[in-house]
Ligand binder design. Structure first.
Ligand code: B12
Ligand code: SF4
Length: 562
């Protein structure tokens, strides 16, 4: 019996990679090499990664297996159709088929839902007997003990940056709403026996490998043991980890000592509201800069992932994020558009809110807007994203990010050049007009004078002044979001406000005036102390009114202009 396993290429004018880019930065997933390793030895099994070689649709085979993420679905279905036209049965598995098995079944003969380890041999037997079942789903997750080593020998070694990939764990202890991993693996986080991983790594040629785990440090005890055992092998490795890794100095040190040279870390957003909204509050915004520094201090390169289009993102998010990357010298920023993947909590929510634009899976590629964002239009989100991709890999931005005292300067520069070649293909995008203005509306205004402040008690302003020794904040913080759909700027104020602060606020609001802004909502609820001059000034301007006993007011443009 002959089996051909196929990884479909994503065909897209600017997202698909050229052979040269694949050779510079790409590695093959372990999907098909793992399936091949699970195939009984008496069966001839071959792999085609369409990203690096064409598919032979005329090949004489008995069974075709196709994999695919969501965006690969249309191409996977086309491939299946070509083989089925010749009467060759096709089976499909992987993230897409596992999330939407009924849809997949319309295009193939059999669908494997979830992991293949416990069903693949049985499926092959059924195929031999001409009795393929429509669906195969293992009753439980497979054991991580005794997994066969992936058949890396079946890959075209010269086509990739490396074929040296291994997996130490499956799943993730976290459950971010947008992520497919927890949907696929449930709440499990399973670790392979360290001995087996070490044996596999020892067999890899060369001194560099990629651990394709979703979160290599999800179990700190396991990770510490693994890193300790890796040290004597003197390999260099790259992987993915959640930010929690950066909070354990011993773990980070061990990672570096065991050869970790780069980590993909999902930072996702600089807004704690966004992180909370997608169940990722364990990324703590106030610790982000420290976390990036901790990784750099260990000579580990940071590939930081950011998502645009989350519900609290306004037009300022693109520039704010890019400047964060430059300030923190993030070697390789990766920008993605929020993409509701079927099966995830995010998909359910966005679909139930009627915000999905379509279900053309080929466009669910992380670079195309496929849903209605909350605070901006689809067009603004797409343009802002395109702008960030291009601007992030402009020479100016690269220059700001790559110069720092850590080692691996040339690796940093070369990988930026490779990423730049991808980013350059992104269509032109513009920075939303309000972006810069919003930076000024998200700022801290220092207080000139903390004497004579009048304390705010509950919803009212107390008559008495702050008593000696009582503390008032010495800054006024502005937290602003612009809702492009409502054409309204919401400004939440926090801290204390004196006359100078009030004047500065008025100045910035005036500067923020844009034909598009129809309304400004100032929220004074978190202002703890006012100077009497500030109250007079704000009241005279019409900014400060109590409405239903609350200290907030909606200000229309003409009021601000005057
Ligand atoms: C390595 C990796 C990458 C590499 C891939 C390099 C490459 N050559 O493609 C990089 C980092 C570049 C990458 C990029 C992207 N990735 Co990725 N990636 C992974 C990761 C971490 C590991 C893949 C892997 O090797 N797994 C190990 C193998 C053994 O597991 P498996 O693939 O699931 O296969 C098992 C079963 O699914 C089943 N199976 C799978 N296929 C088939 C087929 C048949 C016939 C059968 C019988 C069984 C079967 O059997 C296998 C053994 O049990 C996965 C997460 C994960 N844990 O799988 C995400 C993952 C696959 N990626 C994902 C995404 C979204 C992307 C991007 C679209 C991100 C983006 N927005 O840009 C891009 C797309 C890249 C592209 N153009 O193809 C999502 C897919 C979700 C979805 N529903 O589509 C995942 C699940 C991660 C996530 N957080 O949600 N990725
Ligand atoms: S930490 Fe990363 S891998 Fe884990 S659930 Fe969140 S996004 Fe997915």
């Amino acid at each position: 019996m002959k089996i051909r396993l196929i990884d479909p290429a994503y065909q897209h004018p600017y997202i698909s990679h050229s052979q040269k880019v694949i050779k510079n930065i790409w590695f093959a997933r372990l999907t098909l090499t793992t399936l091949a390793a699970l195939t009984p030895p008496d069966i001839e099994v071959k792999i085609t990664d369409e990203n690096v070689e064409p598919i032979d649709f005329e090949e004489d085979v008995d069974l075709v297996g196709v994999t695919g993420m969501i965006m690969h679905a249309p191409r996977a279905y086309e491939i299946a159709q070509r083989f089925r036209q010749r009467g060759i049965p096709v089976v499909m598995g992987g993230p897409h088929a596992s999330s939407l098995p009924l849809e997949a079944k319309e295009h193939v003969d059999a669908v494997v839902i979830g992991e293949a380890e416990n069903v693949w041999e049985g499926l092959i037997e059924d195929s031999k007997n001409g009795s393929l079942k429509p669906f195969y789903k293992a009753e439980a997750f497979c054991s991580m003990e005794g997994l066969p080593f992936p058949r890396l020998d079946l890959l075209r070694k010269d086509a990739y940056m490396t074929i040296n990939c291994a997996q130490t764990t499956r799943g993730c202890p976290h459950q971010c709403d947008f992520c497919h991993v927890t949907h696929f693996f449930g709440k499990t986080y399973r670790c392979r026996p360290v001995d087996e991983v070490i044996e596999e790594v020892k067999r890899l040629e060369g001194d560099f490998l990629v651990f394709i785990d979703d979160n290599i440090a999800g179990n700190r005890r396991y990770a510490k043991e693994l890193f300790t055992r890796l040290k004597p092998l003197k390999k260099q490795w790259a992987s993915q980890a959640s930010m929690t890794l950066t909070r354990d100095p011993e773990l980070l040190k061990l990672a570096a000592e065991s050869g970790c040279v780069s980590l993909f870390i999902g930072v996702e957003s600089l807004s704690s509201e966004n992180l909370k909204d997608v169940n990722k509050s364990f990324n703590q915004v106030h610790q982000l800069e420290e976390a990036m520094k901790a990784v750099h201090d260990h000579d580990i390169m940071v590939l930081a992932g950011f998502i645009f289009g989350l519900d609290y993102d306004d037009e300022g998010v693109f520039e704010r994020t890019l400047r964060f990357c430059e300030r923190n010298r993030i070697e390789l920023p990766s920008f993605f558009l929020l993409t509701p993947l079927p099966g995830t909590a995010l998909f359910q929510r966005i679909e139930s809110e009627g915000r999905l634009l379509h279900k053309d899976w080929g466009q669910y590629n992380g670079a195309t807007v496929v849903f209605q964002p909350r605070l901006m239009t689809e067009e603004t989100l797409q343009h802002g994203f395109n702008w960030a991709c291009k601007e992030g890999y402009s020479w100016g931005s690269i220059f700001k990010r790559v110069f720092h005292p850590q080692q691996r300067f040339f690796t940093r520069v070369l990988s930026n050049i490779a990423y730049r070649s991808i980013a350059q293909k992104t269509p032109e995008g513009y920075l939303p007009r309000l972006s810069r203005i919003l930076q000024g509306m998200n700022d801290t205004i220092p207080l000139q004078n903390t004497r004579d402040l009048i304390q705010r008690v509950g919803e009212k302003i107390a008559e008495k002044k702050l008593l000696l020794g009582q503390k008032a904040a010495d800054t006024l913080k502005l937290y602003s979001v612009y809702n492009e759909r409502l054409k309204t700027l919401f400004v939440r104020l926090e801290g204390s406000i004196d006359r100078e602060g009030a004047k500065e606020l008025a100045k910035r609001l005036k500067g923020a005036l844009d034909v598009e802004i129809q309304k400004v909502v100032l929220d004074f609820n978190d202002v703890r102390a006012f100077s009497s001059e500030a109250i007079t000034f704000l009241s005279r301007k019409g900014f400060l009114q109590t409405e239903e006993g609350k200290l907030w007011v909606a200000v229309n443009i003409p009021n601000i202009r005057s």
